[in-house]
Write a protein that binds this ligand. Structure first.
Ligand code: 13P
Length: 251
């Protein structure tokens, strides 16, 4: 039976003092939360801090991006094995902000996914449609294309050591959450599509929802049969909000 996973994506926010206060509160608040997975994906410079503070707790940590290359003359890049040096469990790949702003296309995302797995990290593969794509009725086609870019290259079994995050772009940072039914419809489509290739992989795959998840709407989203937790942006920067979301994911 798959367990729900709530992961914070801090994006480019934070600072040493601020992170320390946030993590102290999250650690304390998570002490009596059971039956779900919890993680924070922090900016690269704070991985050491995350490792120092979260080591030995039930909270995992990870990065928000990585290089598709293992090592070499790639100025400014960070490799999967470097992330592993800092105890990362997860690396987000294909976040819509990276796709839209930094040119991470489907092929690059597949390479990053592969690089993460090669090092033993669990990629959190983000997929999702823009508002224009939703309005023109191509949501399923877009999401299918983004998933196929990975499974076409690496096989469906690659998803057995990965997490998927459905993040409709129009719901990210906008306060406009997909309704539980809207999100469930896409999650069910994704699981059904993967089940067409492997029932076992589909059944065990954690599919998170991301896009304006808050303490106030998490429970209704997580009650849907194919929504296995969330990838949390803004609300992950507020300990009490993040903890409320984690509690909503408890079995
Ligand atoms: P918000 O929760 O701020 O909408 O961001 C979602 C997101 O992009 C998580 O990766």
């Amino acid at each position: 039976m798959r367990e729900k996973l709530v992961a914070g994506n801090w994006k480019m926010h934070g600072g040493l003092a601020q992170n320390e206060a946030l993590l102290e509160q999250v650690i304390a608040g998570m002490e009596n939360v059971r039956g779900m997975g919890c993680a924070v994906c922090v900016p690269f410079p704070y991985l050491f801090q995350a490792q120092s503070m979260l080591h030995g707790t039930a909270i995992s940590w990870g990065a928000q991006n990585l290089s598709q290359h293992d090592k070499g003359a790639f100025t400014g890049e960070v490799s999967a094995s470097m992330l592993l040096d800092f105890g990362c469990r997860y690396a987000i790949v294909g976040h819509s902000e990276r796709r839209a702003i930094f040119g991470d296309d489907d092929a690059t995302v597949a390479l990053k996914f592969e690089a993460a797995q090669r090092a033993g990290l669990i990629p959190i593969l983000c997929v999702g449609e823009t508002l224009a794509e939703r309005e023109s009725g191509v949501t399923e086609a877009v999401v299918a294309r983004q998933i196929d870019a990975v499974t076409g290259k690496l096989g469906v079994a690659a998803l057995s050591k990965a997490v998927l995050a459905y993040e409709p772009v129009w719901a990210i940072g906008t306060g406009k959450t997909a309704s539980p039914d809207q999100a469930q419809a896409v999650h069910a489509f994704i699981r059904g599509k993967i089940a067409g290739q492997s029932k076992d992989v589909a059944e065990n795959l954690v599919i998170q929802y991301g896009g304006s998840v808050k303490g106030a709407n998490a429970a209704e989203l997580f009650a849907m049969p194919d929504i296995d937790g969330g990838l949390i942006g803004g609300a992950a920067l507020d300990a009490q909000e993040f903890l409320a979301i984690c509690r909503a994911a408890q079995r």
